[in-house]
Design a protein around this ligand. Structure first.
Ligand SMILES: Nc1ncnc2c1ncn2[C@@H]1O[C@H](COP(=O)(O)OP(=O)(O)OP(=O)(O)O)[C@@H](O)[C@H]1O
Ligand SMILES: [Mg+2]
Length: 251
């Protein structure tokens, strides 16, 4: 019996594919004579299909880490390898194209385009990728339906609630089927119920479409949604906990 369990576990472990490899990542912000060492050299790997929570105190470097991984900023030193590509070595244009193709990003402040409707906001990434109109309309409508907004296609962001705006932002971040979805405290501006809807949706995409998600959170009650929690403190990796494994241990 034990032998069988070990074999099953080995089989599972060997199937894991590294999607993101972070090596000695550091980020220093310089403002005049003040240098803030926001990240002081962190290393970790993220596997395909994982839902990873990044947690830690305010100012510990969580958003900085996500900005570097999501290619919104350049690290001071260190390597980031995403889907086998060392992204620091890409030219500016290749980096933009890589980001457009492989990465989805959800911000705390939604960041939908106010002049565009929900539908137009969601299909925008596909238009930018040069997809045909029939395709991008179909995909955007289907995704808005999945997040429960089929009745809000023609609404502008200001005509939507915070929770609805965040669901539009999520659909927009997922419409091009990115390899990784990054989310930086996506529920911080929402009430508990709307926040729960967002987390349940993220979990749904993770479970049913094997969407890899890396999400910053400061809410301990959200840990139950994560497979793993990476804790950052004062720019350093404090702890890397496999939640899934611990849950199985307790049963
Ligand atoms: N663009 C910037 N320029 C200068 N310093 C910055 C910049 N962005 C962040 N910092 C500093 O880097 C440190 C880490 O900031 P970061 O935003 O990553 O923290 P955080 O863990 O996301 O915090 P919070 O939970 O409050 O969002 C902080 O001391 C912050 O003041
Ligand atoms: Mg932050």
């Amino acid at each position: 019996m034990l032998y069988l369990e070990v074999r099953i576990m080995n089989k599972k472990t060997t199937r894991k594919r590294v999607l993101i490899k972070v090596q000695d990542l550091a980020k220093h912000y310089t403002m005049g004579s003040v240098v803030t060492k926001a990240l002081k050299g962190i290393s970790f790997e993220i596997y395909e299909g994982e839902f990873v929570g990044i947690m830690g105190p305010s100012g510990s470097g969580k958003s900085t880490a996500l900005h570097q991984l999501g290619l919104l900023d350049y690290p001071t030193t260190g390597e980031i390898i995403i889907d086998g590509v060392n992204v620091n070595r890409l030219s500016e244009i290749d980096r933009s194209y890589f980001r457009l193709n492989k990465i989805g990003y959800v911000f705390q402040q939604y960041r939908n385009i106010p002049e565009l409707t929900a539908l137009e906001n969601v299909y925008l990434p596909l238009r930018m990728l040069g997809k045909p109109r029939t395709y991008y309309l179909k995909e955007a409508k289907s995704l808005l339906e999945k997040v429960g907004l089929e009745g809000r296609l023609s609404h502008h962001p200001y005509e939507l609630s915070g929770g609805e705006q965040q669901r539009v932002a999520m659909a927009r971040a997922l419409v091009h089927k990115p390899a990784i979805l990054f989310a930086d405290e996506p529920t911080a501006n929402l009430d508990t119920d709307s926040g729960k809807v967002i987390l349940e949706l993220l979990k749904h995409f993770n479970k049913h479409f094997r969407q890899t998600i890396v999400m910053v959170s400061h809410e301990p009650e959200q840990i139950k949604y994560f497979d793993r929690v990476i804790r950052i403190r004062d720019g350093l990796l404090e702890k890397d906990t496999n939640i899934k494994f611990n849950k199985r241990d307790k049963l």
